[in-house]
Design a protein around this ligand. Structure first.
Ligand SMILES: CCC(=O)SCCNC(=O)CCNC(=O)[C@H](O)C(C)(C)COP(=O)(O)OP(=O)(O)OC[C@H]1O[C@@H](n2cnc3c(N)ncnc32)[C@H](O)[C@@H]1OP(=O)(O)O
Length: 524
């Protein structure tokens, strides 16, 4: 006896009667063709969801899951497309397993329905069970309006999986179109977000809703375009030129990361720093003069290669993934080229999240300090620099991965303490002879300590010069810190890579258990 199966969605014309094996196989092919057919026209120049996945993973490595999952009936809307607007599955990148989902904007605008949500959540569960990174290719209008609370429920389920996976498997979001409403919160919890210049948008409410509610007129680009998200609010970590570039960034990023928190990051053949950089000459003689910290970093890490995270946000601090002797490190460095490398709220939060990421995934931290301290001022105080700047203190103190710090020039005040000091648990602390480790710079210190003498002096300028010089000789060096063992060695700048390599080698087996607790309470 044969059972008649009738396809019921729009565009599904063929009813067929499976009987023989050949007919059943043909029926499968027919359904597959229907399932992978586009739901409608794509935006110009965009790849389809499946093309995006194919471009991300190794050739022929992708296996789709839930191809025949169908949209649930939703009120008057009779459409029940296969896949329900999200392609899910697993494959490999550089031979290493990954789980991937890609939202399909041609099906209900990529919005999340119940079946869509269940597929995504199942994929997250698979990634957690197998300990592999999850990459989400986002292109969605948010909660599927006609599915109501079921859609909202699945957003919450997804976010719960994001949180469960946080610090267990790397989670990377790529935003390739709109990412509106509830759709934006899942990427916000993931570790890294890549956006495409001119094509991606992230916002909780779009320009039309904003105008209706507040009367403000804005554009999607201004509100949450890739540039806004990379430069203004820091929601994104990488700005890609186009979709190919975005997917390349993900592959590059994965090459630094372990599959999960129990594995080590992949190891490559040891690279060499580019020849020719003379670190002994990088720091200018004049204290107030800026220089590019990247010149130092390029000369220390393998092949001079850095993958900067949030490069366009809070550029006064550099956070980057790199390798030393073929092994991943997380580099945190003040950048004197921007605001003298001061720690403001944005820089503190940017670095704190990066430090926590590295710690969660066993990536050693390599810190380069040249910091005048935390930024003072009414705006920063009122915006909460105490609470928000404390995140970086918390992150460094909490991190148990190997921590190596190089003080390049200024390490003043709270800036000294927070930028990977021994007192927050750094393992090996090095300083260049150009280091100045002190409560504050000479000008400020002399002003505070000798105000009365200067006011009474016959020649205040001559006295000031003498006092400044005396302060510089005592406090404007690394040797007071070295006397106390707060720095392990004062090294010539040209010795930095060798010393860093030795330190990281020595620290490979580091164990630093923390007391058992439910979790800490980082100031949020
Ligand atoms: C958790 C709470 C939430 O998520 S509340 C947020 C709900 N979502 C939103 O407010 C965004 C609504 N959608 C939009 O603003 C636009 O559709 C966006 C996403 C910007 C895309 O614009 P555009 O590229 O011009 O496409 P379009 O508007 O023509 O839409 C294409 C088809 O997709 C559909 N679509 C879109 N969003 C949804 C949604 N949330 N639920 C259900 N369907 C959605 C549109 O209706 C349209 O469908 P059709 O092709 O006309 O059949």
């Amino acid at each position: 006896m044969s059972t008649e199966v009738t396809a019921s969605g729009p565009g599904e014309t063929a009813a067929y009667t499976p009987g023989s094996t050949a007919e059943r196989v043909a029926g499968l092919e027919h359904r597959r063709d229907q399932a992978v057919a586009p739901g409608g026209p794509r935006r110009r120049g965009e790849f389809s969801a499946r093309e995006r996945i194919e471009r991300l993973v190794d050739k022929d490595s992708f296996t789709e899951t839930g191809l025949f999952v169908r949209a649930r009936p939703a009120g008057e809307d009779a459409r029940r497309p296969y896949g329900d607007g999200v392609v899910t599955g697993y494959g490999t990148v550089d031979g290493r397993p990954v789980c991937v989902f890609a939202q399909d904007s041609t099906v209900f605008g990529g919005s999340m329905g119940e079946a869509f949500g269940e597929k995504t959540v199942a994929l997250m569960d698979l990634a957690l069970k197998t300990g592999c990174p999850v990459i989400g290719l986002n292109d969605s209008g948010g909660a599927r309006i006609q599915e109501g609370v079921a859609s909202l429920a699945l957003y919450a389920e997804l976010v719960r999986r994001n949180v469960k996976a946080s610090g267990v498997v790397p989670q990377i979001s790529v935003v390739l179109g709109p990412c509106a409403g509830g759709a934006a919160y899942s990427p916000a919890i993931t570790d890294f977000t890549v956006m495409v210049d001119g094509a991606s948008h992230m916002f909780v409410t779009g320009p039309d809703v904003i105008e209706a509610v507040t009367g403000e007129r804005t554009t999607a680009e201004e509100l949450g375009g890739a540039r806004t998200s990379n430069t203004v609010n820091g929601n994104a970590h990488f700005l890609a030129a186009d979709e190919e570039d975005a997917l390349d960034t993900v592959r590059d990023l994965l090459s630094y990361l372990p599959a999960n928190n129990l594995e080590r990051p992949p190891e490559y053949s040891p690279g060499l720093p580019p020849p020719g950089a003379d670190l002994d000459e990088v720091v200018p003689d004049r204290l107030g003069e800026a220089y590019d910290m990247r010149a130092i970093l390029h000369a220390v890490v393998d092949d001079g290669e850095l993958l900067q995270v949030q490069e366009l946000f809070a550029p006064n601090i550099i956070c980057a993934l790199a390798r030393i002797e073929g092994r991943s490190v997380g580099v945190v460095a003040n950048q004197p080229l921007h605001a003298a490398g001061v720690l403001d709220i944005d820089a503190s939060e940017k670095a704190a999240r990066f430090v926590r990421f590295c710690d969660a995934f066993g990536i050693p931290l390599l810190t380069f300090a040249d910091v005048p301290g935390y930024l003072s001022g009414v705006r920063q105080e009122q915006a909460g620099i105490i609470r928000r700047g404390a995140k970086l203190l918390y992150a460094y103190a909490e991190a148990t991965v190997p921590k190596v710090t190089v003080v390049v020039r200024k390490a003043y005040g709270g800036g000294y303490a927070v930028m990977g000091s021994k007192h927050l648990g750094a393992d090996v602390n090095l300083a260049w002879p150009t280091a100045r480790i002190a409560v504050m710079g000479a000008e400020g210190a002399v002003g505070v300590l000798h105000r009365r003498e200067l006011a009474a002096a016959d020649d205040p300028e001559a006295l000031r010069a003498r006092l400044l010089s005396a302060y510089e000789r005592t406090h404007g060096t690394p040797y007071l810190a070295a006397e106390r063992g707060y720095v392990d060695a004062v090294i010539a700048p040209r010795e930095t890579r060798e010393q860093v390599c030795r330190a990281l080698r020595a620290l490979r087996g580091k164990r630093a258990p923390m007391p058992e607790r439910r979790h800490g309470n980082i100031p949020l």
